[in-house]
Design a protein around this ligand. Sequence first.
Ligand SMILES: [Zn+2]
Ligand SMILES: [Zn+2]
Length: 263
Amino acid sequence: MNLTILGSGTSVPHPKRSSAGFWLETSSGSLLLDCSASAIHRIAQEDLDWANLDAIWISHFHLDHCGGLPAFLFGTKHAPDTQAREKPLRIFGAPGLRKLIEAFDSADDYKLFKQPFPLDILEVEQLEKFEILPGIEAAALSTPHTDDSHAIHLRARAGTTFVYTSDTGYTSVLATFARRVDLLLMECSFVKDKPVEIHLELAEAIQIVRRAEPKKTILTHLYPVWDNVSFDEEVKKFSPGFEIVEAFDGMRFDISDKLKSKN
Ligand SMILES: [Zn+2]
Ligand SMILES: [Zn+2]
């Protein structure tokens, strides 16, 4: 599994950090984790095959995670690149996902559900196992962020495991959910003194890493307060004893291999 970070930022416009979007390339297809408005253009910028994207996971309905979905569907409906496409695009998310897309669709005469190819909307319950791509088993965990927010756990046939927390407040259950995964992609909105309960600050993220013992951790969803500090210095203060790296837009990571950067 190869991960490309499209957006390591938040809802706050930022010159270097797009809003949430993560592209996972696997031997059985491609998966987009969250779809912010800026992420859909970042996919093209990273030269990823958006016209043949197989599946999308929407972690929750905040616009920095799903605001690009209607725009992407508007694009696939009209783009020359997708007119001959026959395979379905499957969109997974919490109950309410279909209603959300219908709400966008009803704002004008978009007809987003009428695509050149089949469009499947699949609403999943937490901890119910489902196949997100052929041979890749997924399960979602409800998180303390919004009523519809979920972390997702993926397991490939070869045994590779990956967790994307998306936005979340602190809960020790996340550490159990991400226990010993190959890669933990976790939000870490704030450095310290977080202003809200529904996000993580560094001390909490490190607490989850210590309990989960993932092989590697990438911290993402970084608010602009992170611009003013050295990520590595802040992490070092906790001597976490685990590899924890800062996400940046354009970072590529082979989950079974080593961290690669295009810069
Ligand atoms: Zn967010
Ligand atoms: Zn959110």
